[in-house]
Design a protein around this ligand. Structure first.
Ligand SMILES: Cc1cc2nc3c(=O)[nH]c(=O)nc-3n(C[C@H](O)[C@H](O)[C@H](O)COP(=O)(O)O)c2cc1C
Length: 189
C-alpha cells in the first residue's frame, strides 16, 4: 500500500511536519511504502476554472500538480497535515485542494477513468492550531469531510492538535500516538 503524505505547512520541521512524519512512520510500521510532498517547495497555482479538465481530466495548468495528481491516483492513502492560518487552511493546502478539480467532470462527478483509483481511497487529515481549543481547526475538517463525501473517498480518523512553537508538538505524547495510529490505519490492508 502506497501512502502519500502532503504537508501544508511552510514550516518544515514544524508541528504539522512532525505529526505527518509520525503518521508516515505508522504507515511504514504497517508495511506501507511512504512518500512525503512539501507543498511549499512546489510551484502550485490555484484553480483557474478554465473547465479544460472537464473533458479529459487533465489540468491545463502546467505546474507541480500534474505530477501530484498522478501520485494521488497511485496512492492507496493520502495523509494531509496542515496548520490553521487565520481560521482556515494554509494557502499552500488550499491551492492544492482546489486543483483536485481535475479529478471531476463537467457534472462534478469523478471522471469515469479515475473512479477505480479514487473510489474509497483512504484520506487522512491532521490539523494543528495555536489555539488551545483544537476545534479552531474545524473549518479545515469541514472542507476535507465534504470533499471526501462528494468524491466518494474514505476519510479516516481526523487528528486535531494544538501547538504554537516550532516542534512543540513532539512533547504531546497523546497526539503523537494518534498520528502514528492514523498512519497505521491508512496503510492497513
Ligand atoms: C500566518 C499565521 C496565521 C495563524 N492563524 C492562526 C489562527 O487563526 N488560529 C490559531 O489557532 N493559530 C493560528 N496560527 C498558529 C499556527 O497554527 C501554529 O503556530 C501551528 O503550530 C503552526 O504549525 P506548523 O508548525 O506546522 O507550521 C497562525 C500562524 C501563522 C504563521
Amino acid at each position: 500500500m502506497k501512502v502519500l503524505g502532503i504537508l501544508g505547512s511552510p514550516r518544515v520541521g514544524g508541528n504539522s511536519d512532525i505529526l505527518l512524519e509520525q503518521a508516515l512512520a505508522g504507515a511504514r510500521g504497517a508495511g506501507g511504502e511512504t512518500e512525503k510532498i512539501v507543498l511549499s517547495k512546489k510551484k502550485i497555482s490555484g484553480c483557474l476554472d478554465c473547465g479544460k479538465c472537464n473533458e479529459h481530466g487533465v489540468c491545463a495548468v502546467k505546474d507541480a500538480m500534474q505530477e501530484i495528481h498522478q501520485k494521488i491516483l497511485e496512492a492507496g492513502a493520502v495523509i494531509h497535515s496542515v496548520p490553521v492560518y487565520f481560521w482556515a487552511m494554509t494557502a499552500q493546502m488550499k491551492a492544492y485542494l482546489d486543483r483536485w478539480c481535475a479529478f471531476f467532470d463537467g457534472e462534478w462527478r469523478v471522471h469515469q477513468a479515475y473512479r477505480p483509483r479514487m473510489q474509497g481511497k483512504r484520506i487522512g487529515l491532521i490539523t494543528v492550531c495555536g489555539d488551545s481549543d483544537v476545534s479552531t481547526a474545524d473549518p479545515i475538517v469541514h472542507s476535507f469531510r465534504n470533499t471526501c463525501h462528494f468524491a466518494g473517498l474514505n476519510l479516516l480518523d481526523v487528528v486535531q492538535a494544538s501547538a504554537s512553537e516550532k516542534g512543540e508538538i513532539a512533547d504531546n505524547e497523546g497526539v503523537m500516538k494518534e498520528a502514528y495510529a492514523l498512519g497505521k490505519k491508512a496503510a492497513a490492508t
